[in-house]
Design a binder for this molecule. Structure first.
Ligand code: PMV
Length: 361
């Protein structure tokens, strides 16, 4: 665990005048898929349990933050958001709330007029959570801005601060700052792990987990009936919350062992258990809710049948929605792709899927 102080992230002295005219910062934020899930939080975006994810190599958000020194400074932010070339005032409340949360660490945010120009390389409203990729891209732009105001940030610290800030936008976004396997949340067995920011997974990883495929089957892309924000909140009075947080903590310990020894079957069993535990928490909350759809279950059943019949290493995980992330190593790739192409398209929305992957170097 780490002993890092929050105060270390406050930018105390900076020189706004070193940016005399319009300046554009660019960053890419990746999407990620959790293996051990974060579900439930304490005040200040502190996770109720630690989590581990794979960062995806393809699905990402590209952001440009255009900063112009402000002529008439007020105590409110000046931000315009443009998404796929169109001004989106409906995105503003979320960005303003993010700026409000990070202002104590980035006091210069009131000194600029900002235009945030952003797009995803995965389809808009595709059901893929874009908050992790978009918040991490924005946090990276903001940290980059600091380095143009006379502040020297080491590469390590810049990423750490970007992760710290991203967390305040959307919890799981803090993991998207790093590639590969990423840990967020303090765990006694993981050196350097912290509730305030994510770190790259620090231990040995068997080569089978260096290249993993992630095939995302889109089952439902309509807006979720229950947001993640409300889902996290419902864990506060959940009858099984204590057990769930302990189980996630214990599952991290098990995953450390699995990642080292390369046991793909144990990996698959664990990540499926995690995905179903996440959804079990939703179904047993007060009020309860279900985000899986009949086709989510049909896909899960097909995957289980394939494994029973052919002993193929194909596993699933779910985020807070109906879409299914299939995870599989390189070895059975051809057989698995045939299976996906033949058996699964009818359960997806207009044959929609995203072929992504996870890399650990
Ligand atoms: O970061 P949020 O608030 O969108 O919550 C993410 C929750 C899960 O995706 C379900 C789990 C996780 O760890 O990413």
């Amino acid at each position: 665990m780490s002993s890092f102080k929050k105060s270390a992230f406050i930018t105390k002295s900076y020189n706004v005048s070193s940016i005399s005219q319009e300046y554009t910062l660019k960053a890419i934020g990746s999407s990620n898929i959790a293996l051990i899930k974060y579900w439930g939080k304490k005040n200040g975006q502190i996770p109720a349990n630690p989590s581990i994810s794979y960062t995806l190599t393809k699905s990402h958000t590209c952001s440009e933050l255009i900063c112009s020194p402000r002529k008439n400074k007020t105590d409110d932010f000046s931000i315009k958001v443009v998404f796929f070339g169109k001004e989106r005032s409906d995105f503003l409340p979320k960005i303003r709330e993010f700026f409000k949360r990070i202002l104590p660490y980035c006091l210069y945010l009131l000194d600029f007029d900002f235009v945030l120009n952003t797009h995803n390389n995965f389809p808009h409203s595709s059901g893929i959570a874009s908050s992790a990729s978009s918040m991490s891209a924005l946090a990276l732009c903001i940290c980059e801005l600091e380095s143009h105001m006379g502040i020297t940030l080491s590469e390590d610290f810049l990423l750490k601060k970007a992760s710290f800030l991203s967390r305040l936008g959307s919890g799981s976004a803090c993991r998207s700052i790093y590639s590969g396997l990423v840990v967020w949340g303090a765990h006694e067995k993981i050196i350097g792990s912290d509730d305030h920011y994510a770190i790259p997974y620090p231990y040995e990883v068997h080569k089978v987990f260096h290249r993993f495929n992630n095939f995302i089957l889109l089952v439902d892309i309509s807006p979720k009936k229950v947001s993640s924000t409300l889902g996290h909140k419902l864990m506060n009075k959940h009858p099984y919350a204590k057990e769930r947080f302990l189980a996630a903590y214990k599952n991290i310990q098990e995953l450390i062992f699995i990642l080292k020894n390369g046991d793909v079957e144990a990996f698959g069993t664990l990540i499926e258990h995690e995905a179903l535990s996440l959804h079990a928490m939703m179904m047993t909350a007060y009020p309860s809710f279900v985000l899986m759809k009949p086709d989510t279950l049909k896909i899960i059943e097909k995957v289980w049948n394939l494994r029973r019949e052919q002993k193929i290493s194909l596993y699933f995980t779910l985020d807070a929605g109906a879409n299914v992330h299939l995870l599989y190593p390189e070895k059975d790739i051809e057989k698995i792709q045939d299976f996906i192409n033949q058996e699964l398209p009818m359960y997806t929305l207009e044959n929609k899927f995203i072929r992504d992957s996870c890399r650990y170097d």
